[in-house]
Design a protein. Sequence first.
Length: 251
Amino acid sequence: MSRTGSRGPTVLVVNVNTTEAVTEVIRRSAVAAASPGTEVVALTPRFGPASVQSNVESHLSAVGVLDRVTTYEGPFDAVVHAGFGETGREALQDVLEVPVVDITEAAAHTACLLGRTYGVVTSLDRTAPAIRDRLLLAGLERRCSGVRSVDLPVLELEADPELTAKAFAQQAQRCVDEDGAEVVVLGCAGMAGVHAAVAAALPVPVVDGVAAAVRLAESLVALGLGTSKVRSYAPPEPGRVLGWPLRPAPG
């Protein structure tokens, strides 16, 4: 799957929902962050939820993401899992040797390099527990000062970018003033389009997970590092799951 040669790396950036407009927002953010010569390929799952706002949708999304990446036919050097607080990154690591970078962990790791504490601002309050769980699993929750939300569904974030940026900036400022955050993380891949406006309104660094993940993926490729295949992410034994890989239903 990995491409070799003198050209820059190819990074697959996979949306966790099936909404093409969200994939395009993610793609633009990834391209803006990528180094010259890096090829960004944005992928949308063939099936799954239009937006991920519940546990059941998150788990269904993980299967859709796994299917989309494993059926991609071109060579690639790294994968960015563009779902904040979502499941599925580990499954990709099981089946791939190239680096797989999740935007939740990439954003939090980056924030920890910039300040002692960081706060997260996400779209819906119901997704905050899942975000905390992902940070806890990654060993990054201890430095998180809090997770706040603007209570805007993911698919409404692009409807009025100015209003969205204002709502996120207000909650981000509360992270700083009330929670003691020294850095703010935008906890939604769909927020990539208003990152600049939110950052301009705050006195602290603001981290976009898509941008951070792309840069980290590039760094891992440049260092010649890939996913460890010992223990946790050892390849799954073939033929143990009925009906996988997915195939078209009989006509």
